[in-house]
Design a protein around this ligand. Structure first.
Ligand SMILES: N[C@@H](CCC(=O)N[C@@H](CS)C(=O)NCC(=O)O)C(=O)O
Length: 216
């Protein structure tokens, strides 16, 4: 059995995605905690592994893999069951679009490395994050609605009645949105999918609050 090792930080939404995927597939892993508040991700020894200085990194038998989409799709290919992507190519494209709305269109804008460029004003940083989180979750909501109207699917998950990779991206993003007080009332499908996912034991076990490095 391959040795899996995750470089992670409890409140990193990107690491949260990978924890969900590992748990979903029943894969055991060890962890190294990279404290983002103490800038441990910028230490040369960590940057040598993850050149952007980001968590997560997953090493498999000592070989590092970065970028949560690449990591999760690798896990999907190595361990196809249970699946995180639907069978039909068109459905896979739709789930990947939901993933990228979060991965490319939303989360990068709330990264410490981006916020630092805004200057030290905390209120400005929070307003910026809330703006882009609401924008991203609005797009996610619109795509879920489009799929439901076209297919007759009724949830409760982001893409129908089965947990997919889209949920593994949505839940951590909503965690961030709640943390900063984003008004979610305009996103009923997002809230419903988050609720359904959090009831699943493998998602609950990946929550930031229950990680060994969590700080109250
Ligand atoms: N697209 C990357 C994003 C990784 C990322 O942005 N990680 C954040 C935490 S969620 C980070 O390590 N930020 C460090 C920094 O901004 O200094 C992925 O999906 O793995």
């Amino acid at each position: 059995m391959a040795q899996l090792h995750l470089h992670t930080y409890w409140r990193s939404s990107s690491a949260y995605r990978v924890r969900i995927a590992l748990n979903y597939k029943g894969l055991a892993y060890d962890q190294t905690f990279v404290n983002l508040l103490e800038n441990e991700q910028r230490k040369p020894e960590y940057v040598a592994t993850s050149p952007l200085g980001h968590v997560p990194t997953l090493t498999i038998d000592g070989t590092p893999y970065v970028e949560s989409v690449a990591i999760i799709e690798l896990l999907e290919e190595l361990h196809p069951t249970p699946a995180l992507l639907p069978k039909k190519a068109e459905d896979r494209a739709n789930v990947r679009a939901l993933v990228q709305v979060i991965n490319a269109g939303t989360q990068p804008l709330q990264n410490p490395v981006v916020l630092e460029q805004l200057g030290p004003d905390k209120d400005r940083r929070v307003e910026w994050m809330k703006h882009f989180m609401a924008r991203g979750l609005g797009a996610f909501e619109a795509l879920v609605k489009r799929h439901e109207e076209a297919s007759g699917a009724q949830g409760p998950f982001a893409y129908g009645d089965t947990f997919t990779m889209a949920d593994a991206y949505l839940v951590p993003q909503v965690f961030g949105a709640r943390r900063f007080g984003v008004d979610l009332s305009a996103f009923p499908r997002v809230v419903r999918a988050e609720k359904a996912a959090l009831e699943l034991p493998f998602v609950a076990a990946a929550r930031p609050e229950v990680q060994p490095d969590a700080k109250p």
